[in-house]
Write a protein that binds this ligand. Structure first.
Ligand code: ZN
Length: 326
């Protein structure tokens, strides 16, 4: 009789601009083993894929063996789950369109699912985090870039090309600040990390008010939030302005989507009440009246790195099985 091997594990991979993290994850979402390496050390994509495959094989061989792995899920910036490609990622070392899912599948011999970091975060929150049990919700990742993803009736809305939820590109100010994408007035130009720093610089120029921010060596969303914690009025105003714009953008988003909750992830969400309170106030002021008071704004409780690896593992379970060695 032919022996049936039950594949009870997957590999979750999170490719971020700085680091690539990969983990063996079981069916219950336990991370059994994990390792990482610097993404930017591998400027050639072929060499990156080869290195990643070799490292994954080493990790799985030391933790239950290759035969126990069903498939691989990968999170990467600017990745499309429809095309399986990373397409023109602004901050990764590889330019153009990279067919990563196929490249990794050929190298490692297992099915590979690929999606962008915002979608993967949402999968992680739905499977193991704040969105567990929710059918209609929006995840917004607040960092250098602003990404989002929404689930409708329990299903992730991916869009025609796989780019649904590009919330950072929503226009919130006609003829406003110039954005990295070339447009003017994008949400990201105000609420992304660089945008928050720019607001702080503008405020310090506009007013003579003393501020702890003036003594900082490096302005960043984190150091500005630390000034807020010390009661610094100008720093609090930075987040008040940021929250006003974020709340306005989210009110438009929610009025279209009608979610139960909006869940914040990413580094800037750690500013906590300094950002969330003014965001909620502006959200309530701008959202469709029948939704007022009905949409929860939540900061994710999952650790960012863990969520992305777990989200990638959730994606891995959803791709059809494939093996080069059957
Ligand atoms: Zn833009």
């Amino acid at each position: 009789m032919e022996e049936i091997i039950i594949k009870s594990r997957v590999v979750g991979v999170d490719i971020s601009n700085e680091r690539t993290t990969y983990a063996v994850v079981d069916i219950r979402g336990n991370i059994l083993a994990e390792d990482s390496f610097a993404t930017c050390d591998h400027t050639d994509i072929n060499e990156f894929v080869k290195t990643l495959s070799e490292k994954i094989v080493l990790l799985v061989e030391a933790n239950g063996g290759y035969e126990s792995i069903r498939s691989i899920g990968v999170s990467a910036p600017s990745a499309s789950s429809v095309s399986g490609c990373i397409e023109n990622a602004a901050n990764l070392p590889w330019k153009g369109v990279i067919p990563l899912a196929v490249m990794l599948r050929e190298q490692i011999g297992l099915a590979v699912g690929l999606s962008n970091d915002a979608h993967i975060s949402a999968l992680g929150e739905q499977a193991f985090g704040s969105a567990h049990g929710m059918r209609n919700f929006i995840i917004v990742s607040l960092g250098v870039g602003i990404g989002s993803c929404f689930f409708s009736d329990g299903i992730e809305h991916r869009g025609n090309l796989g780019y649904a939820g590009e919330f950072g590109t929503a226009c919130v100010a006609d003829n406003g600040r110039v954005c990295g994408c070339g447009h003017k007035g994008c949400l990201e130009a105000y609420v992304g990390a660089k945008g928050i720093v720019m607001t702080a610089q503008e405020l310090m120029q506009e007013s003579d008010k003393p501020s702890l921010m003036r003594q900082l060596d490096k302005l960043s969303p984190r150091t500005i939030a630390e000034c807020c914690d010390q009661g610094d009025e100008l720093a609090i105003e930075v987040y008040r302005r940021t929250g006003y714009i974020l709340g306005l953008g989210l009110a438009n988003y929610a009025s279209v989507v009608d979610p139960q909750a909006i869940i914040f992830t990413g580094g800037i969400s750690h500013a906590g009440k300094w950002l969330i309170d003014p965001t909620y106030e502006s959200f309530e002021a701008h959202v469709f009246g029948n939704l007022r008071g009905k949409v929860k704004l939540i900061t994710s409780k999952l650790n960012d790195r863990e969520r992305d690896v777990l989200g990638a593992s959730a994606l891995a379970w959803s791709v059809p099985e494939y093996s080069l060695f059957k």
